[in-house]
Design a protein. Sequence first.
Length: 100
Amino acid sequence: MAVTLAQAKNYLKIDADITEDDELITELINAAVDYVERTTGKTNNGDNSSLYDLCVKMLVAHWYENRAVFSAKPGAINDIPHTVTDLLIHISQCNAYPEG
């Protein structure tokens, strides 16, 4: 896994000593990596691409902050940010990432 729990928690602005969501965040990292790989057909394969990792961290942050599937309050649940969509398109079209 290219993005570590510590990196994700830093991106989320969660102190390292706060551990109650560690399992959830780890699951979100795994889901985000799977999502990027299946959406783009590309892997990071230890290349440690900052762009690929940023996409994973942004997905983790989005899912962490928008855990509900439904809300009676309009605008309470947000779509995946446009920036993530752009990163997914770039990764899928870029030859720098190996095929999955």
